[in-house]
Design a protein around this ligand. Structure first.
Ligand code: SF4
Length: 98
């Protein structure tokens, strides 16, 4: 899905910490959405700036950051960032969507 196509859709993102290598690429691309916790793994972050540490927790992808979040999912060496459409749960960026 191109970023312009995705712009019309509400998207959410989650990280599979079991596969995270802790390199921090996602947090460099989109520090508003991804952050490394003290355990060295990346977690998604809500607009309240709080990490969502429960397994499979999602946060909405802020519209202005779709491109950065999509790039994070593409570049993530652990292939563990999953971006999906809220309306039907279809994964639009992440492992297996290329
Ligand atoms: S880019 Fe992927 S592997 Fe690297 S810290 Fe972020 S979620 Fe973990």
């Amino acid at each position: 899905m191109s970023v312009s196509e995705a712009a019309g859709e509400a998207l959410e993102v989650w990280i599979d910490q079991d596969l995270c290598t802790g390199d921090g690429i996602c947090a460099q691309y989109a520090p508003e959405v991804f952050e490394l916790d003290i355990d060295g793994l990346a977690y998604v972050k809500g607009d309240d700036d709080q990490l969502r540490t429960e397994a499979g927790a999602t946060v909405p992808v802020p519209l202005p950051l779709i491109s950065e979040v999509a790039d994070s999912a593409k570049e993530c060496p652990g292939e563990c960032i999953h971006v999906r459409r809220v309306s039907d749960g279809t994964e639009v960026y992440g492992p297996g969507t290329e």
